[in-house]
Design a protein. Structure first.
Length: 378
């Protein structure tokens, strides 16, 4: 590999880059609108590999195009990648910060090209700018929480590329990289090859992380209510039955809470379905604010909900239910509404969720018949 020509490596990379950019644009067109940032990643890829192509054309086109413009496109391309990741992660776009880094580095680069021609300082400016953008890029990925496989892949590729830029700077000053970006020294060819591979792997990482997001979107559509975000009945049933089996196996308590919004039809009839939808959304948000991580809230009908409380006996479940009832009565937004609740604890002879649900429903309907806006224990 070390006998390869640096220009050949750069040209091959510059050709493959736009192909991946077109893949990203295709994904942008066909993926759900909730998957953001693909356009920025594609734009950054065109810029980055346009810069690589200009650098590879040095000696065949005017130096003022291949050298300064090539460097500018390299830095602008990576800045666009960072912006794409910010968009993808739902973070505020730091276009001003990224633009300041690129333009400041470009101004320094021009100074060491036009005013005082210094190849070593130009390498240092570009290398440090690219390393800074790499650090920012990694921070943006980590800001979304613990990354999954594609995110970890991106972190490794970006981190390795940042190290390669620093090695390029160090090699330039040590005299081991050669007097030119296309030099055929061992270190320069190695770094050119490594950075070409890392750039392509980074693009594959963008595709993979976008695919993970699409999978999450479709999984949510299949398991979550599109209006409130509560679990759909079928998905909730699967979770509840699994938790019930675990509780029976380990002889642990488990409770179900059946909830129904009072006089919900009146809200729809007098205020409209938009007001009814708002009440449902408000209800789920308020209930979720009172739950633990292991609790599961499902929507089983229009205004009917069920709550699974693992490791919870009847007395504790009744306290949770009363907190929910009081929160709705006290703080529900317009339209104001109340909720009737029934609580049932799993009994030793009950092996199905439906059996517990039946008792919780009966308690909930008893709460309604006894005046609504109350909690009843099965």
């Amino acid at each position: 590999m070390l006998n390869l020509d640096s220009r050949t490596i750069v040209v091959i990379t510059a050709i493959l880059g736009p192909v991946m950019a077109l893949v990203l644009l295709s994904l942008r067109r066909n993926y759900p609108g909730s998957v953001k940032g693909l356009g920025w990643w594609a734009t950054g890829t065109f810029l980055l590999f346009g810069g690589i192509l200009l650098i590879a054309a040095r000696g065949r086109i005017a130096d003022f195009l291949s050298i300064p413009i090539g460097a500018l496109l390299l830095m602008a391309g990576h800045a666009a990648w960072v912006a794409g990741t910010e968009k993808f992660m739902g973070l505020p776009l730091s276009v001003k910060t990224l633009g300041a880094i690129v333009l400041s580095a470009f101004a320094l680069f021009l100074g060491f090209y036009v005013i005082h021609d210094d190849y070593l300082m130009r390498v240092a400016v570009v290398g440090l700018a690219m390393s800074t953008l790499t650090v920012l890029h990694c921070q943006r990925i980590l800001a979304s929480g613990k990354p999954r496989f594609a995110g970890r892949m991106l972190l490794v590729c970006l981190g390795a590329n940042g190290v390669a830029w620093l090695l390029r700077v160090g090699g330039a000053f040590a005299g081991t990289i050669g007097p030119d970006v296309l030099a055929t020294t061992t270190l320069n060819v190695f770094l050119s090859s490594a950075q070409s591979i890392l750039a392509m792997l980074t693009l594959f990482g963008f595709v993979l992380i976008a695919s993970e997001r699409v999978r999450d979107v479709f999984e949510r559509l299949a398991t979550r209510d599109s209006l409130t975000g509560a679990w759909l009945r079928r998905a909730w049933d699967v979770q509840a039955q699994g938790e019930l089996d675990r509780s029976r196996r380990h002889n642990r308590p488990l409770s179900l809470v059946a909830m129904d919004l009072d006089r919900f039809k009146n809200i729809n009839d007098t205020l409209g379905h938009a007001a009814g939808d708002q009440a449902l959304i408000d209800f789920v948000n308020r209930v979720n604010a009172l739950l633990r991580k292991q609790d599961s809230l499902g929507r089983v009908g229009g205004e009917e909900f069920v709550l699974l409380l693992p490791e919870t006996g009847a007395d504790e479940a009744q306290i949770v239910a009363e907190r929910i009832r009081a929160s709705i009565e006290r703080e529900s937004k317009s339209p104001a509404y109340t909720v009737s609740i029934g609580v049932a604890e799993m009994q030793p002879q009950e092996s199905t969720v439906a059996a517990i649900m039946s008792r919780a429903d009966a308690a909930m309907y008893r709460a309604k018949s006894w005046g609504r806006n109350r909690v009843e224990l099965a």
